[in-house]
Ligand binder design. Structure first.
Ligand code: LLP
Length: 394
């Protein structure tokens, strides 16, 4: 439930974070992962706000970074370097050097050339870099094509057919230590069967390493657990129990081996909402437009991936439900294309959205926006950078 009277006073648009939901999510995550001794790293790319990061850190969760600045942010937030992993297909020399200087836990490496570069940079510093090979397992995540990463035609990871050469190259790379294998098949995965396929593939790959007498201390299975964008209130906290159980059941963990996860969306999506006001209602030939003061500059996912976010007119809601008039739910009568103010036709949050009769000044909530929302916002059209508001600060 949103504190409407308080939210109305704050200039829109802004991201509203429900800190209690975040904490409940983190508690569940931690307690379910602990049952199996699994190590969780939070993917900073989903949301790197200080408050979110501090909450994550307080549960003893590590950091998964994909840029030098994310590594820096994690270090500055106080994540211990032994709990920081650094992934990405295009790590620059400066980024690698920064991570080496901070002795992070592990580089997740994506190509043989990258291994050579890290080796050279580590040698120059007289250091040994810990490496996990990111292997492309060729497993279909059954998700949107832009966020599928584990197929051979994706740019990510080392393909299975390259593995022999890559592993052999380690003999000459004296400043690298192979400490693990890394996998990530995609994001917003709602079919747990995809993770089962991943486990079975990882089991096969582990056997391949064993046959070559190579000991693997760490298995990192990436992130990707999806959330429910359609019914956020019913599925406020992802089913971490089922998710971790699946890995507990199907991943063949070797003695002394640690299993790592890199979750982003599942941790922060549901605690965040983009709050906006209706600027204008415009009647088209067949369509009514509700024009908001937030657009693709604040929440890019609908324009970029045709992603669905539930849209609610919270000015016309009571106790989380639409207000009734004379006992009749009048809301379904009205359909709006809900759009932003940006000069692009793709700046549309939803077409033919059923809403109560909506008018200028109504407060609108775009739900499940805590992950890949604020972090992907931009200043296109010279828009102001979107602000963040926290439930325990208003
Ligand atoms: N590990 C690696 C190597 C990744 O590439 C990602 C996400 C994660 C972990 C975290 O995945 P998560 O648990 O959040 O699914 N902007 C897109 C999502 C891009 C995901 C990129 N990689 C969106 O808005 O849907």
């Amino acid at each position: 439930m949103f504190p409407l009277e308080k939210l109305k006073q704050i200039p829109t648009p802004f991201y509203y974070y429900d800190v209690e939901v975040l904490n409940r999510t983190l508690q569940q995550l931690k307690s379910e992962a602990d049952k199996y001794g699994f190590v969780v790293h939070y993917a900073l790319k989903a949301n790197a706000n200080n408050k979110v990061l501090n909450a994550v850190k307080s549960y003893g969760i590590g950091a998964d970074c994909v840029s030098g600045n994310e590594v820096k942010k994690a270090v500055e937030t106080g994540f211990s370097p032994e709990h920081i992993v650094f992934a990405g297909v295009g790590k620059s020399d400066d980024e690698i050097n920064y991570a080496l200087d901070n002795s992070i836990f592990c580089f997740n490496c994506e190509s043989s050339q990258e291994l050579e570069v890290i080796n050279e940079l580590a040698a120059a510093k007289n250091k040994v870099a810990s490496i996990a090979l990111r292997i492309n397992p060729n497993v279909n995540a059954n998700t949107h094509k832009y966020i599928t990463t584990g197929l051979e035609e994706n740019k990510f990871g080392i393909n299975l057919w390259e593995l022999e050469n890559v592993v052999n190259s380690f003999n000459a790379l004296k400043n690298l230590k192979l400490i693990g294998l890394h996998f990530h098949i995609g994001s917003q995965i709602t079919d747990l069967g995809s993770f089962k396929s991943l486990c079975l593939k990882v089991n096969e790959i582990q056997t391949w390493f064993e046959q070559r007498k190579i000991k693997i201390e760490n298995i990192n299975v990436g992130g990707g657990l999806g959330v429910n964008y359609y019914e956020p209130d019913t599925y406020l906290i992802p089913d971490f129990a089922a998710y971790f159980k699946l890995f507990g059941d199907f991943l063949e963990v070797r003695k002394g081996q640690k299993v790592h996860f890199e979750l982003g969306r599942a941790i922060v999506a549901q605690c965040g909402t983009l709050i906006s006001k209706v600027l204008y209602i415009k009647k088209g030939v067949n369509t009514n437009f509700a024009i908001l003061d937030a657009g693709m500059t604040e929440l890019m996912r609908p324009a970029l991936y045709q992603a669905y976010h539930k849209i609610e007119n919270i000015s016309k809601m009571e106790d989380g439900k639409w207000k009734m008039e004379n006992g009749q739910d009048t809301s379904a009568i009205y359909k709006y294309d809900v759009v932003g103010p940006i000069c692009e036709s793709s700046d549309c949050f939803g077409k033919a959205v059923s809403l109560p009769e909506t008018e200028r000044g109504d407060v609108m909530a775009l739900r499940t926006a805590g992950a890949y929302g604020e972090v992907m916002s931009s200043a296109y059209n010279l828009r102001d950078r979107v602000k963040a508001v926290y439930s325990d600060e208003i």
